[in-house]
Design a protein around this ligand. Sequence first.
Ligand SMILES: *[C@@H]1O[C@H](CO)[C@@H](O)[C@H](O)[C@H]1NC(C)=O
Ligand SMILES: *[C@@H]1O[C@H](CO)[C@@H](O)[C@H](O)[C@H]1NC(C)=O
Ligand SMILES: *[C@@H]1O[C@H](CO)[C@@H](O)[C@H](O)[C@H]1NC(C)=O
Ligand SMILES: *[C@@H]1O[C@H](CO)[C@@H](O)[C@H](O)[C@H]1NC(C)=O
Ligand SMILES: *[C@@H]1O[C@H](CO)[C@@H](O)[C@H](O)[C@H]1NC(C)=O
Length: 645
Amino acid sequence: MRASIIITIFITLCLISGQVLCFKVIGCSGGSVMFKCMNSNQRKFYDQYKGRFFCRNGDCKTGISTEIQHRWVNNGRFNLYDDENSRFFTVFIRNLSREDDGEYTCGNKQKWSHDVTLVVNRDSSFCGMYVMQAAYIGQRITFQCKYEHGFEKHTKVFYRVNVDPVLVLNSSQSSQSSEEKFILSDSQKDHFNVTIRDISTADDGVYLCGVERDRSDKQPSETSITHITFIKEIHLNVHSQTASLQVEAYISKSVFIKCKFPQKFKGNKKFIQKDPSQKIPVDGQNQWVLHDKFHMFDDTSEGLLKVFISDLTAADEATYRCGVNIADDHLFTEIKLTLNQVDSFPASSTSSAVVGESVKLICNYPEKHNEAIKHICKENKKKICQIISSSEKRFEFSDSAAGVFTVIISNVRLTDAGVYWCGAETRHKHLTSVSLTNKHQLTLTMPPVIRREGDSAEIKCPYDTNHAKEIKQLCKGKCFTQDAQYIIRSDEDNGKKTKISVKNDTELNLFTVTITDLRAEDAGKYWCAVKDAFNLPIELMIIMKDGITHEASVGGSVSISCKYIRKQNQVFFCRGDQPNICVRDGVRVSSNNRINGRFSLTDQTSAGVFTVNISNLRAEDSGKYWCAEEHSGSFVFTEVHLHVN
Ligand SMILES: *[C@@H]1O[C@H](CO)[C@@H](O)[C@H](O)[C@H]1NC(C)=O
Ligand SMILES: *[C@@H]1O[C@H](CO)[C@@H](O)[C@H](O)[C@H]1NC(C)=O
Ligand SMILES: *[C@@H]1O[C@H](CO)[C@@H](O)[C@H](O)[C@H]1NC(C)=O
Ligand SMILES: *[C@@H]1O[C@H](CO)[C@@H](O)[C@H](O)[C@H]1NC(C)=O
Ligand SMILES: *[C@@H]1O[C@H](CO)[C@@H](O)[C@H](O)[C@H]1NC(C)=O
């Protein structure tokens, strides 16, 4: 009863002889409203004055007043657009609050004005929603806007907030074909959806969805003065995933590419595309899969697609896409792979390292990538090179020269044997690539066991737990080959042999052979074998009991005679503290290189000796030397002390 009286009075007051004198705009707390302030007196007063306003009080602290035309002008949340249309101008108020509720006046400063009642509802569950939404270039995105009961048949609108007049899309427009950029579909029940197709960076911005209504809750009639109540504000952030990135790699080398996808698509199916025609789906997640020459790994926990391509040829130069499928769409990063022929990068190198020691690998990279992060990776059984984590402290990187870096692997372990690649990384937002330039084949040897004649030596053979019950054996030479000399088995009775004994420690998975009273002929390479599994050979080196000492004077010469212990051997004369390092790094003369500066080597086969002559002696020649002889990789040494006075 009371409500109907108010409405009646309102209508009576606002519509005198068909003219609009006042009207009501309904919004909700946190939402927005947009309406036209109409000049109903236009026939009487031609509206030539520019000043427009929408204000609560005379001072217009709450509201907006402007003389500017053809663009949106704002005062905080209050916006006004006057397009010089003498009949109306548009007012747009965002983020309404309860305090905004009340009476306003809108009009032209000189000639006309009327009252506006702004009603801000407080208790609407759908209204006043504010969401942030991320989208990616090329994507299709749908917003859902829920409305209250009663608005099923009303026109729904979707606005884009911009500096220019806003874009409107409304549900009473007939053409809503699926080819359009914006598609609005109304359930006519409780929600409508707006889909934006083929997102581009230009779509980044603020959008609003709402319903067109008049002051009643009923569907507006032809003659109603309507306004728009916005129920939801959407801030769309467009990110560019589609980027075209250049990756440089080298012919006959490899490349490791890592594509990063938005976290929310990390579980979606990934793909690789070579030229537009050839889309290769990555079948299987969190495992390496092979297609053609692409090794691919879809890492769903990180949202990464790793791609490894080896043995690159000129035919691999192409434009690739690495992408992720999303709904009926996809996102991708474009990769332009260029292949260079660089002859200065060595083909492949072989390095040998002693277990427990360190080894240095040398790597090349294009000088322009000086600042790049350097990498080393190791091929697994499938020949996929897996980047070695930087947390692996035993791998130390250093720049040695322009375009060259070195990797030192310290405390080399048995598991380090294998094929390594190294190269430099280039990094983009969605893509990391490592162009691999050098291949290193790393082989390992065990540190030698060096003992003196008459002493005893232990040869330790570790074995795999699942071989605990098997019989192990030790051979000099590789067991089961023709030249191998069988030494002992793990189950052999210890009492039988005096010189050789065996101990098997099943707890440590170790079987140890002890050889006592060592002789020159015990020197050699020993192999442990369990069934057909072999450990690395262990080299036993023997130092003869009797050493040689020589005294000589500066400027004079000295002749050192070393006994041939075994016949027909290769011999060396070297300087160094440790005999094994001496033969590696300190050789002065050998049977292959008999004259070397002040050093010379001659054979006196009949006397069973070889003689090393050092002439023009200097004080610094004093020190420890070794006469060494080698036979099929087994070494015997005689220690030499030279004192030059
Ligand atoms: C809307 O206004 C309220 C104060 O009334 C403020 O706390 C809130 O941050 C504003 N929201 C936006 C999206 O501007
Ligand atoms: C909706 O579209 C129709 C047809 O184009 C138009 O007459 C009407 O004014 C539009 N409504 C709004 C709120 O923009
Ligand atoms: C709006 O989108 C939701 C979720 O995508 C869907 O379930 C619903 O059917 C859509 N409604 C209309 C009217 O298309
Ligand atoms: C371990 O050594 C003992 C003798 O010490 C022998 O009886 C046994 O068979 C050996 N075990 C294996 C698996 O070789
Ligand atoms: C060692 O060399 C010196 C100088 O060349 C020479 O006089 C001497 O006879 C040589 N001795 C031997 C044993 O060859």
